[in-house]
Design a protein around this ligand. Structure first.
Ligand SMILES: C[S@@+](CC[C@H](N)C(=O)[O-])C[C@H]1O[C@@H](n2cnc3c(N)ncnc32)[C@H](O)[C@@H]1O
Length: 334
């Protein structure tokens, strides 16, 4: 979870848990897909209700040991798949799916594991892989050219000093292999003056993580597939932690719940009947109580939609975000 990596987050609190449960209503039973199992916070709560089933997904194989405890306890009410959520349709589901949930980003365990390089404190090799990746942050920092790095930092991290930082990286990488610690220091030196409480490398880290894990195409593909998979009256729910993720969820949910075009970039929808209703007109955010208990939840935004009609796939639905996919494709040369 969360775009910011802060030491204050030491206990696992599933973000917006009560709000998620109130929307997906496992109290009435049903099968749910937890696309981001992590430490199983949402799955556990759902399975507390009788007549529920959870099909869980996580790309991180470290979730396997938690999943095997769930399997022992909940038996055939629970299954786990170590796949990426963009592969959701490979599950060949036979049953009705009452809810599909995404708690985007990374888990506390992934930050605590310094070898993932998601923490600023890591002295290890650059990594940032969440699991089932083709390349790491080390490849990105060492092999992409300066302009490509600048675009990644600018568009995936909204980093204002993207050019300067990428120039410094290219200069420094000629002298030595850069590790996580070196990258943090390069960004600190490049920015010189920074007045924020968060680490100055936060945006660069976010950008690299999004790039290494192909988070843009992962989210777009899985949302599209979910719209087809979820049953009538079923719910798709997302909890996002950075503006790029949230923009994509908001755009797609608005698209599905509006009869008219939602943007001038979009081709006309073929159907006139809408397929989904918006449940959250505005995003749900953590209560002051939750913020006190779990400060990093502050950037969380929950959005949800309910299926009310047939969904017709539109290959061009995300054409507005083509630029982001083009940047993601820099990875082809790695
Ligand atoms: C914020 S954590 C989820 C925490 C979980 N809700 C809980 O209560 O324990 C996000 C999880 O999603 C997983 N994840 C992120 N992107 C993924 C993807 N594209 N496919 C599958 N899993 C993904 C990460 O590995 C991480 O374990």
């Amino acid at each position: 979870m969360s775009a910011t990596i802060l030491p204050e987050r030491t206990l696992h609190y599933p973000v917006l848990l009560n709000e998620v449960i109130n929307i997906i209503t496992p109290q009435n039973g049903g099968t749910f897909i937890d696309c981001t199992f992590g430490q199983g916070g949402y799955s556990k709560k759902i399975l507390e209700y009788p007549n529920t089933k959870v099909i869980a997904i996580d790309r991180d194989k470290n979730s396997l040991h938690i999943a095997s405890d769930f399997k022992k306890k909940f038996e055939d009410r629970f299954s786990f798949h170590n796949i990426k959520f963009s592969q959701i349709k490979d599950l060949y589901l036979k049953e009705e799916i009452k809810g599909i949930i995404f708690d985007l980003g990374y888990s506390l365990n992934q930050i605590k594991d310094l070898s993932t390089g998601l923490s600023f404190d890591s002295k290890d090799e650059l990594n940032m892989k969440m699991g089932l990746n083709d390349f790491s942050a080390k490849d990105v920092i060492n092999k992409l050219d300066q302009k490509e790095l600048a675009q990644i930092f600018k568009y995936f991290g909204e980093e204002k000093n993207s050019k300067l930082i990428s120039k410094k990286i290219v200069l420094e990488r000629q002298k030595k292999n850069l590790n996580t610690h070196d990258l943090v220091n390069i960004v600190k030196r490049a920015k010189k003056k920074y007045y924020t409480k968060t680490n100055p490398a936060t945006k660069v880290f976010q950008a690299l993580r999004i790039f290494v894990n192909k988070e843009i195409s992962e989210l777009q593909k899985s949302l599209e597939e979910s719209a087809g998979i979820v049953s009538q009256n079923g719910i798709i729910l997302t909890v996002s932690f950075h503006s790029l993720e949230d923009k994509i969820c908001k755009f797609f949910f608005n698209y599905l719940s509006k009869q008219d075009k939602v943007s001038r970039y979009l081709p006309e929808k073929k159907t006139t009947k809408k397929s989904f209703n918006l449940i959250t007109k505005k995003p749900v955010t953590p209560s002051s109580q939750e913020l006190k208990l779990n400060p990093p939840s502050r950037s969380a935004k929950l959005r949800a939609i309910k299926k009310i009609g047939m969904y017709e796939k539109n290959m061009n639905v995300f054409s507005k975000y083509e630029n982001l996919l083009n940047i993601e494709n820099f990875s082809e040369k790695l």
